[in-house]
Write a protein that binds this ligand. Structure first.
Ligand SMILES: *Cc1c(COP(=O)(O)O)cnc(C)c1O
Length: 355
């Protein structure tokens, strides 16, 4: 918990004078919004982003005073529900804006919220033309935009041409909304320099120990993931391990069978075969490879290189921590840290330490 708070403070110091918000969608990237959001509030975060209305309601109960934006916007006929919980749906289409405007006029209340402009990702948000037109007729909106935001498609790919193009387009749009704060940067975008930070940055993954691009600033790892070894066995060379007999042992081997599987978010793609080595876990201080496929509830590690007797039933294998980062595990599983974190299963005993 202290690592999450430190990571937020590091980014807040880097981003200043821009405000540093916190993205806590998907249950705070799988880590538990009920624990993470109050810790971020305590660290100083005041503005939060979630994806869904349901997440926002849960967050409102945790943080009565926070500014809460709902990234996925306004579903039909939900304006009153958002207003009742003082939530700010991020409006990204003309129908959404019309609905919010009409609701504000009906209520005789100016309920500020954000506008989302699509500057080149082509996923969500107003077109640039729509945004420019809106900027010209702002007085007719019926509410005051509290933020104009956009999202970078390639912030974690250094030097990608689309990043500079999106920044230029966004700068032109935000200029037309004079006086309204702008926000473009996610975690990686926050590192791209002052030009990308505008008035508010929206880091998510950096808070949770994922490093979308390596290097600066020094952020702390957050999650340690241990799984119990439930059986240790010796298997002859030439035998195969696990479903599909996908890996044949090249030497007499000692194996540790671990109580973790794809149902816990250890991806099947992290498994091992004769063709490709699987992920590693640390057992008794040493990195050991998976052998064979990952099952739903089990995985098998090759502990042959550890001294005989060094591993006992009940010991743990460390899949995150002891030098294995979220991004290491992700890369060896054919995915990204975001997916590793948000896939952490419901069967783990979760212990929150520090903070
Ligand atoms: C998820 C998300 C973020 C946070 O992205 P990270 O890469 O995790 O920092 C910021 N803005 C939007 C619109 C998002 O969807």
């Amino acid at each position: 918990m202290s690592a999450i708070a430190d990571n937020w403070r590091t980014l807040a110091a880097l981003a200043a004078p821009a405000e540093c918000a916190a993205v806590v969608k998907a249950n705070a990237y799988g880590l538990g919004i009920d624990r993470v959001a109050p810790a971020l509030w305590k660290a100083g975060a005041r503005t939060f982003f979630v994806a869904h209305f349901k997440e926002a309601l849960e967050l409102r109960a945790l943080l009565p005073e926070a500014v809460i934006y709902v990234l996925n916007g306004l579903l039909p006929e939900t304006a009153a529900d958002h207003a009742a919980a003082r939530l700010r749906p991020v409006l990204g289409s003309v129908p959404e804006i019309t609905e919010w405007s009409d609701f504000c006029r009906d209520q005789g209340a100016d309920l500020p919220t954000a506008l989302h402009v699509d500057t080149g990702m082509n996923r969500l948000g107003l077109s640039v033309d729509e945004a420019v037109q809106l900027a010209g007729t702002r007085r007719m909106l019926g509410f005051t935009p509290s933020l104009v935001m956009s999202h970078l498609a390639c912030a974690d790919t250094p030097g990608h041409a689309l990043t500079a193009r999106q920044r230029a387009v966004f700068a032109d749009v935000i200029r037309r909304f004079r006086g309204v704060p702008g926000s473009l940067a996610n975690s990686a975008g926050t590192l791209l320099g002052r030009d990308f930070r505008f008035e508010l940055v929206r880091p998510g993954i950096f808070l949770y120990g994922g490093v979308a691009i390596t290097g600066v600033p020094p952020l702390r790892p957050v999650v340690r993931l241990e799984a119990k070894i439930i059986q240790v066995s010796s298997v002859a060379a030439g035998e195969t391990v696990g479903y599909g007999a996908a890996e044949r042992l090249k030497r007499p081997s000692r194996l540790a069978t671990v109580s973790i599987g794809y149902a816990d978010g250890l991806f099947r793609a992290a498994g091992s075969s004769d063709l490709a080595k699987g992920v590693e876990a640390v057992v008794a201080g040493r990195r050991c490879h998976l052998v064979g496929r990952v099952s739903m509830d089990l995985a098998t590690l090759d502990i042959t290189d550890l001294p005989e007797g060094a591993v006992q039933r009940g010991d743990v294998a460390v899949f995150l921590g002891d030098g294995i980062s979220v991004d290491d595990l992700a890369a060896r599983s054919g995915t990204i840290g975001y997916e590793v974190l948000t896939s952490l299963g419901a069967r783990y005993a979760r212990r929150y330490i520090g903070g």
